[in-house]
Design a protein around this ligand. Structure first.
Ligand code: 3PG
Ligand code: MG
Length: 399
């Protein structure tokens, strides 16, 4: 790989130099209180930031949070993230209340060696996500002015052709941070020579989101287990009735075609938990997939399905999992996700959990993170990597 790394940069010496770090601090926030509900992505960038602090760099961190529309929007402020980052680093983080304005300029100028600043949300600026090269470039110029070197440690955003990911590295000496390096190392193992059997578990609500990765994985995997909301479109494709469950009608034909080509590799649920409504206290029962009542909707996979999936996983030597098996946020519909996650931890396999949601599920269910081989910080990014797509953020580092 022709990518320079953080170690190369540290070997040159960074003491007193300003290092601009693109991180993915896009953490989930509680809708009511605004509190950070899962700080996994903040912790994931600590090894890179810690090394730069120790080496005496002036560390300027930037990130997006949520999807604000190119203008300041207080509900997407990175201010609570600055506080949490400071707690984890054990030193205050200097927070700029804008991204490239007066506050950012003075915050960066005032940094002492070994101190850390965080700029306000990149997406408060239209230039960050613009499709217009010139508009993105102008914003990238402003960002690049804050660094003598650039470190990309935002794995969760490498699939975005955004100013801070794609255009800034064209303007500064650039390297991959520790997190990006580790993620690419792990995922490249899955695409090059996975130890077999290689079993992939996919969940989540939409087939359309996962279609490209299913197409790409089918020839490579030994088993593909499908749960979550998207399993109902596959069940429909098998000619079953799915009641009021989530259904992508225009994907039924595609699913039928995938099943035909899958050579028996795809495993679908045999039982599901159906409820009267999408609510934590809705009346619910477990039924076989050929007995889903017309007025009820499936919100989780059933116990027999979990047992079948667990049996397939117990044989595996390599596992990739993306997407919950049911509405795990509601206790009544969490057993499927928990059961599959536990089966993955018990398997004598190298396991990779891909995706912000699946990683958050692991922590929300109180599972031991260290019993997984790797928990990726990237959802879309890890899927696009497995699809074999060119990731703009990685390509920019290779140049
Ligand atoms: C994510 O949460 O998937 C990453 O932070 C990227 O965010 P985005 O999908 O809004 O670009
Ligand atoms: Mg996303």
């Amino acid at each position: 790989m022709s990518i320079r790394t953080l170690d190369d940069l540290l070997a040159e010496g960074v003491s007193g130099r300003r290092v601009l770090v693109r991180a993915d601090l896009n953490v989930p926030l509680d809708k009511q209180s605004g509190a950070i509900t899962d700080d996994g992505r903040i912790r994931a960038v600590l090894p890179t930031l810690g090394a730069l602090v120790e080496a005496g760099a002036k560390v300027v961190v930037c990130s997006h949070l949520g999807r604000p529309k190119g203008a300041p929007d207080p509900q997407f402020s990175l201010s609570p993230v600055a506080d949490r980052l400071g707690e984890l680093l054990g030193a205050p983080v200097h927070f700029a209340t804008d991204t490239v304005g007066d506050s950012a300029r003075s915050t960066v100028a005032d940094l002492a060696d070994g101190q850390v600043a965080l700029l306000e949300n990149l997406r408060f600026n239209a230039g960050e996500t613009s499709k217009d090269e010139a508009e993105r470039g102008a914003f990238a110029d402003q960002l690049a002015a804050f660094g003598d070197a650039y470190v990309d440690d935002a794995f969760g955003a490498v699939h975005r052709k955004h100013a801070s990911v794609y255009d800034v590295p064209a303007r500064l000496p650039h390297v991959a941070g520790r997190l990006v390096l580790r993620e690419v190392e792990v995922l490249s193992k899955l695409t090059s020579e996975p130890e077999r059997p290689y079993v992939v578990v996919l969940g989540g609500s939409k087939v359309s989101d996962k279609l490209a990765v299913i197409e790409a994985l089918l020839p490579t995997v030994d088993r593909l287990l499908i749960g979550g909301g998207m399993c109902f479109t596959f069940l429909k494709a098998q000619g079953l009735e799915v009641g009021t469950s989530l259904l992508e009608k225009d994907m039924v034909e595609t699913c039928r075609n995938l099943l035909e080509r899958a050579d028996g590799k795809i495993l679908l649920p045999v039982d599901v938990v159906v409820a009267d409504a999408f609510a934590p206290d809705a009346a619910h029962d477990t039924v076989r997939v050929d007995g889903i009542p017309s007025h009820r909707l499936g919100l989780d996979i059933g116990p027999e399905t979990v047992a079948g999936f667990a049996a397939a996983l117990s044989q595996a030597k390599t596992i990739f999992w993306n997407g919950p098996m049911g509405v795990f946020e509601m206790a009544a519909f969490a057993a499927g996700t928990r059961g599959v996650a536990e089966a993955i931890t018990k398997a004598d396999a190298f396991s990779v959990v891909g995706g912000g949601d699946s990683a958050a599920a692991v922590r929300a269910l109180g599972l031991d993170e260290s019993s997984f081989g790797h928990i990726s910080t990237g959802g879309g990014a890890s899927l696009e990597y497995l699809e074999g797509k060119t990731l703009p953020g990685i390509a920019a580092l290779e140049n």
